[in-house]
Design a protein around this ligand. Structure first.
Ligand code: ZN
Length: 141
């Protein structure tokens, strides 16, 4: 596997807009700031959650959608290139009113109630995702 040495180029902190989808909001900032490589974290809350569980044997995501109000306890992600386009990949842990947690591969719609983004743009060549036969996923490689 190729390893890309990366340096942090710019760091952004931003409040994400109420009512927008998390992935869309991050993509929008990356497009506006011309960020092709980055890492980010988000904390906050959503109204409605969508996330995926990758069924490894079937090589496909099962989508899980939950209505309701949840904390974004932790959302970690990265920005790279997939099929010559910007691609935002994130995993998320949501928490409910009792503090119980659930989560997985972040999907849309996950509607922001309030959210704080910490995004670090990486300098140099952006990582590129390529289809991997073994896993059925687009991986860095
Ligand atoms: Zn994932």
């Amino acid at each position: 596997m190729n390893r890309l040495p990366c340096k942090i180029k710019r760091t952004f902190v931003a409040g994400l807009p109420h009512g927008e989808d998390i992935l869309s909001a991050v993509e929008k900032i990356c497009n506006e700031e011309q960020i092709a490589a980055g890492i980010f974290s988000i904390i906050g809350a959503v109204r409605g959650a969508a996330f995926g569980y990758y069924e490894q044997d079937r090589k496909r995501y099962r989508t899980i959608i939950r209505d309701g109000a949840y904390e974004i306890i932790s959302c970690l992600g990265n920005v790279s290139i997939k099929e010559e386009k910007l691609f935002v990949h994130a995993h998320v842990l949501f928490g409910d009113e009792d503090g119980a947690c659930f989560g997985g591969h972040l999907m849309s719609p996950a509607t922001i109630f309030a959210a704080e983004l910490h995004l670090q743009e990486l300098d140099g060549e952006p990582p590129v995702r390529r289809y991997d036969e073994t896993t059925g996923l687009f991986l860095w490689g």
